[in-house]
Design a protein around this ligand. Sequence first.
Ligand SMILES: Cc1ncc(COP(=O)(O)O)c(C=O)c1O
Length: 419
Amino acid sequence: MSTVTEAQTKDPYFQTLFAERIGGANYGKSTEIYKFEKIKRAKRRALQSHPDRQLLDFGIGENDSMADESVRRVMQQEINQPENRGYADNGVKEYKDAAARFMKRRFGVSLDPDTQINHCIGSKPAYAMLPACFINPGDVTMMTVPGYPVAGTHTRYYGGEVFRLPLLAENDFLPDLDSVPDDIYRRTKMLVLNYPNSPTGRLATPEFFAKAIALAKEKEFIIVHDAAHILLTFDGPPTSFLQVPGAMDVGVEVHSMSKGYDMIGWRMGFVAGHERIVSAFADVKDNSDSGQFIATQKAAAAALDDDSIPERINAKYKRRMEKLVGVLTECGFDCQMPGGTYFLYTPAPTGTESGEKFDKAEDATRFLIEELGVVTVPWDDAGSYLRFSVTYVAETEADEDALMAETKKRLSEARFVTA
Ligand SMILES: Cc1ncc(COP(=O)(O)O)c(C=O)c1O
């Protein structure tokens, strides 16, 4: 039997040295359980109580396939080239050039690869670094809620504040920029947008982007557009923020190789747009990391040059999404095809006909996992919603259909109440 030693329970001498931004002397002592840990625990309980029941996992937010074979082949070759062995600093020309070709071909956006594009080690670190370029104590970053929180976390690390813009059904899941108080606009330095939006799956209209750009110029803030899911757009060709007139004057768009190219673990992306912002980002980045492995950059460049890869990935997730929307609709959920992303965002049920009551999405999630073996992610930030991801593991279309049939069986048996 293991015993807890005094050294393990006693605070280390440096406990009081932790920075306030991560909790100060209380760092490591919080008993709060975060959403994804709660899901993990509920999954464990579900498996313990129903060991023979397969978990139908719609909770995974990562692509289920490996990167395309052609990309892995380039990686295999490049890994053996001696010239790829060293520090990559702010990135190799091959990747910047491929990103410029991609932006021109897919969106008609012309960028100078030397000054208007810089790679990042996945897009997540770019959101950690961009606040370093702009945020002083007291400055504001406007962020949509729900949303990808990294830029907000780092804004706070720098002593800034986050102004939350709720994404509501009545506004088509676009932030209401007219509702922002003048005092906030006066202190705002960055607005972070993300379309196709995670988790709502909605798209922005060019009119909305035009309005945001006009406001950025009037109120003097920059716009960071998160395009992580841009190649998973289901209604016609995807739209880049940088296509909208004036966008290049006010901001940058951050692209990711993760979702559209099945390259989540490879950690590649790029920041593109206004030269001065790209240069500030590159300066901060240069002081933070030494660039992605050059072989990875060259493999990612090959991926960017092959539009058939994202087209195949898009077709797969679109097909899966259509099946899921059909099944959920038949089971009484209020949902429609999202404009993009592999996420379906649907109002959480409020209970079941047999008398279960759910006060929030988190309660519905727990019930779904423990009672039905169906995993989803709750969002209670702006209304109560469930996020179903179509990144579940299924080798063939027949496997997808079997999984959908089982989903339908379990959800319809539960007889959810939705209002
Ligand atoms: C909206 C959004 N932005 C950015 C990211 C970060 O992607 P990556 O760091 O893999 O490029 C994610 C990943 O889940 C995301 O969903």
